[in-house]
Design a protein around this ligand. Structure first.
Ligand SMILES: NC(=O)c1ccc[n+]([C@@H]2O[C@H](COP(=O)([O-])OP(=O)(O)OC[C@H]3O[C@@H](n4cnc5c(N)ncnc54)[C@H](O)[C@@H]3O)[C@@H](O)[C@H]2O)c1
Length: 342
């Protein structure tokens, strides 16, 4: 099969590509190496995802990405340095390949920055997604997986969050763009018969995790003996999902889409385990063997107080079976973090 992955040089995308290539598939990766975090990290993700061990000599971004493209190009893998906001550029890619399925992970992620730059989030997460659906319609591509987010649940009080819950009350521009993606995706499913699964990921962590996310940020700061910003009283809680379980959920969604028609589904991919901020920091402290220095700060606007996934639907529909408990997952993350620093 030929899969077009957007955002394939990011955290989740690079793991997915690694898995698809391992299973013998062909992959087209579209990524604009945006500056949300250091492009060099995305170059390393890309190399790891395609199994190239290289002492990459970094110079400037444009040169480095050109070098990466020539280094990575193979019969099974093509990388495009392309922004999903540019429909013409995307169209040229769609013209050049026979694509079986699109797995759309590219987005501006992150809740807090979306409050600073809401229009940019709308351009990438809403318009960029629409560009892809328009092209799926034009090029008759009927299978689509889209990354949504647990943030669509806002501060819903009913726990755990279920796909049938009302999600009309997002509390950040990021969450609102993800909910828009679910709604607009449904329009393209209904009008143009594009089979689609929207996956609501619950805080994903593991090797290559984005450096802006709390687990990665805290691990770095604690390991350097620096203060961590500790928002609220420590009782905010997240359903943290280990990357291998997310990749398993995406892979099962791919298989489901390939074997069914007339599909539009929204699925929670979480671990169904709630970890408080205090517990999360304690797990990192234990794995690193270093105590954290906490700087207590007020809760941040846009941050939800608790997430917890009801995963009954994903279990029933695709056989999703997450099995990495948090203590174990954190141990694996910290091992990766310490290895990468050497
Ligand atoms: N990581 C999580 O905890 C989490 C939770 C919920 C939802 N999600 C969603 O999952 C997806 C992947 O997240 P991630 O953590 O891997 O993020 P990431 O930032 O590591 O990966 C996203 C990739 O998209 C690319 N990208 C951004 N804007 C682009 C554009 N305009 N054109 C082309 N490429 C662009 C980036 O360069 C990056 O490589 C995102 O849609 C995110 O919203 C992630």
């Amino acid at each position: 099969m030929i899969y077009l992955i957007t955002g394939g040089s990011g955290f989740i995308g690079s793991h997915l590509i690694e898995q698809l290539l391992r299973n013998g598939h062909s992959v087209i990766n579209i990524d604009n190496f945006d500056d949300f975090y250091d492009y060099q990290i995305k170059i390393k993700n890309t190399l790891e995802s395609i199994g190239i061990i290289s002492d990459f000599e970094f110079s400037d971004k444009e040169t480095d990405i050109r070098h990466l493209i020539s280094l990575s190009s193979s019969e099974k893998y093509t990388l495009y340095y392309q922004d999903i906001r540019d429909k013409k550029g995307l169209e040229n890619i769609f013209k050049s390949h026979r694509i079986d399925m699109v797995i759309h992970l590219a987005a501006l992620a992150g809740v807090r920055p979306s409050i600073e730059r809401p229009l940019e989030y709308e351009e990438v997460n809403v318009r960029g997604s629409m560009n892809l659906w328009e092209l799926c319609r034009d090029f008759n591509i009927k299978k689509f997986i889209c990354a949504s987010s647990s943030s669509v649940y806002g501060n819903n009080e009913k726990i755990p969050f279920s796909e049938t819950d009302n999600v009309d009350h997002p509390i950040s521009p990021y969450a609102a763009t993800k909910k828009s993606g679910e709604i607009l995706g449904h329009v393209y499913h209904k009008l143009y018969h594009i089979d689609m699964i929207q996956l609501r990921f619950f805080t994903v962590y593991g090797p290559r995790q984005r450096p802006d996310l709390a687990i990665h940020k805290f691990t770095k700061l604690i390991s350097e003996g620096r203060e961590i910003p500790f928002y609220g009283d420590g009782n905010t809680a997240r359903d943290y999902t280990y990357i291998d379980d997310i990749i398993d959920g995406i892979t099962r969604s791919i298989l489901y889409l390939e074997s069914h028609s007339d599909v539009y589904e929204i699925l929670n991919l979480g671990e169904n385990q709630v970890i408080t901020l205090t517990e999360m920091v304690a797990a990192i402290e234990e794995s690193l063997g270093i105590p954290a220095i906490k700087k207590i700060l007020p809760m941040q606007p846009g941050d939800v107080t608790k997430t917890n996934a009801d995963i009954t639907k994903a279990k029933a529909l695709i056989g999703y079976q997450p099995d990495t408990d948090f203590q174990n997952g954190i141990k694996k993350f910290v091992e990766w973090f310490l290895r990468k620093r050497q």
